[in-house]
Design a protein around this ligand. Structure first.
Ligand SMILES: NC(=O)c1ccc[n+]([C@@H]2O[C@H](COP(=O)([O-])OP(=O)(O)OC[C@H]3O[C@@H](n4cnc5c(N)ncnc54)[C@H](O)[C@@H]3O)[C@@H](O)[C@H]2O)c1
Length: 484
């Protein structure tokens, strides 16, 4: 597949805006196309709104942000795009017609994906020029924070298209879940609809209010669902014999049944109860305020799940590992090419840009970010020396024992910086480093950090000092000669 430098968006409403924010944040340019010219202002606002939460998702070094452009000329968008994501209204005839038209204006190797919530890909691809490169890629609102994207191929879609699309979605931090067989509603909306249908029944029958039904989820099953799905949770609920016991115990109840399969009639009375109920829950807060609250806790939950390496947290962890590795490869490439006999001076190990949220009330990079940047520089140096994820998994790590930061000048928002590092001393268990943080435009020294690290065996706990791997020590020792 061609490398995706530019994502084309077809339709720039709620979902198009979410795709734009996510792609731009992870360094992909976006050409957004909508039939309504006023959507340009809307999508720019949506991207700006998303940025606040997105910026807090990870501290890993990000590539420069992508650039956003807007057009009402769908064909012009198609000519510029490396990958197209369609997000127009959920109307099969409209989608089929627009997809067929756009497919005639893009390069032959461009993948086109539809965000449709429930239409099967085989229904949409028939009139397209290259139907084999079409798939459904169903995201979840807010697209910029929820990593799930369901990938569904139609009768004419090739497996290579699904694989290439998954590579792209992973690149922008998503979890690509490939659905084995197309069905209306894919997987998630089928499940969500079943729950929603029951909610409508219970509100209609006067059993509970919308707020009480939401409480029945958020204080209980909802907390479990973020880390383990219904099936694994029920396996645990079955005690020692797990799912087998669970099915034996509750299987009969499935036959009674507790639930109703048909949706209730959407009468005016039911609609009023649903609307009044949710307005009472909103308690005067605007949609914008509630979105901000939702985004804040979605970021926080993913950061918690990352510690346990489960669910959306494992997607975030994998993304961060890639971002750190790419950043280290940029600096590390220079390390590798720079380490020649007779070379002198600190090695450039990290390139970074001061992100807007890193600056404090003075407009300067805030103290904690200096430690973060120096920490990332140390990680880059460790990677070069062979201390990577596999090394850590083998039960060995380098712990920070001392940091001494000296500030010389200010760093302002969006300034490109680089870190050059020296190995001052290395013995069997300790490594002493000095980092030099420079402004990239004129090489001004911004700060230095001298840090002492202790090599430890982390297994079994508690961690204790232990000799460095000989190969790691040799690589660091080779750098120790390169003093200023
Ligand atoms: N809203 C959700 O929660 C959600 C979640 C996942 C998937 N989806 C799917 O995403 C798609 C878009 O949903 P949405 O909520 O963003 O809708 P929306 O109404 O907010 O946006 C649709 C946009 O498409 C534009 N449009 C209409 N006709 C067009 C055409 N011919 N060419 C180009 N643009 C055109 C409209 O001007 C509008 O800006 C739907 O298929 C929906 O099922 C929605």
């Amino acid at each position: 597949m061609r490398q995706v430098r530019t994502l084309g968006l077809l339709g720039t409403g709620v979902i198009g805006g979410g795709w734009a924010a996510r792609a731009l944040h992870f360094g992909v340019d976006v050409v957004a196309a909508d039939v309504k010219p006023e959507m340009e202002g809307w999508i720019r606002g949506a991207v700006a709104n998303a940025e606040d939460a997105l910026a807090r998702l990870t501290l890993a070094p990000l590539p420069p942000k992508g650039r956003l452009s807007f057009t009402t000329d769908l064909h012009a968008m198609a000519r510029q795009a490396d990958f197209i994501q369609e997000n127009i209204p959920e109307q099969p005839d409209l989608k089929r017609r627009v997809l067929a038209d756009v497919s005639r204006h893009c390069a032959a190797d461009v993948i086109i994906a539809s965000s449709t919530s429930g239409i099967m890909p085989s229904e949409l691809q028939t009139d397209m020029q290259y139907p084999e490169r079409f798939l459904v890629a169903h995201p979840f609102n807010p697209v910029y924070l929820l990593p799930l994207v369901e990938l569904v191929g139609g009768k004419l879609t090739t497996p290579a298209t699904l694989e290439a699309a998954a590579v792209f979605y992973r690149y922008i931090g998503m979890h690509a879940l490939t659905v084995r067989r197309e069905i209306p509603g894919h997987l998630t909306d089928r499940l969500q609809e079943a729950l929603w249908r029951e909610i409508l029944h219970m509100v209609n029958d006067g059993v509970a209010t919308t707020g009480e039904l939401d409480d029945s989820i958020i204080y209980g099953p909802g907390l479990r669902w973020a880390g383990m799905g219904t099936n694994l949770i029920y396996h645990l609920a079955g005690g020692e014999t797990g799912m087998r016991h669970m099915l034996r115990q509750f299987g009969p109840a499935l036959k009674w049944p507790w639930t109703k399969l048909e949706a209730p009639e959407l009468t005016e009375g039911l609609i009023d109860r649903m609307v009044e109920g949710t307005q009472a829950q909103a308690a005067g807060r605007s949609i914008r305020e509630l979105e901000r609250l939702r985004d804040d806790y979605l970021v926080a939950i993913q950061q918690v799940l990352r510690q346990f390496n489960i669910g959306a947290g494992s997607t975030l962890r994998a993304l961060e590992e890639r971002l750190y590795a790419e950043s280290a490869a940029k600096g590390g490439g220079k390390i590798a090419s720079g380490v020649a006999a007779g070379d002198k001076g600190p090695l450039r190990v990290l390139e970074v840009q001061v992100r807007p949220e890193w600056v404090d009330y003075n407009g300067h990079m805030t103290d904690s970010r200096f430690l973060q940047v120096f920490g990332d520089a140390t990680d880059a140096l460790w990677r070069y020396a062979g201390v990577d994820d596999a090394y850590r998994k083998s039960g060995r790590a380098l712990f920070t024992v001392e940091s001494h930061v000296v500030h010389k000048a200010e760093a302002r928002a969006l300034e490109p910086l680089y870190v050059a590092s020296e190995v001052l001393e290395v013995d069997s268990k300790r490594v002493r480093l000095r980092h030099h943080l420079h402004r990239a435009s004129d090489d001004t020294l911004i700060a230095t950090a001298e840090q002492l690290y202790l090599h430890v065996a982390t297994l079994p706990q508690p961690a204790r000092a232990a000799p460095l791997d000989e190969g790691v020590r040799a690589r660091l020792a080779a750098l120790a000669g390169r003093r200023t």
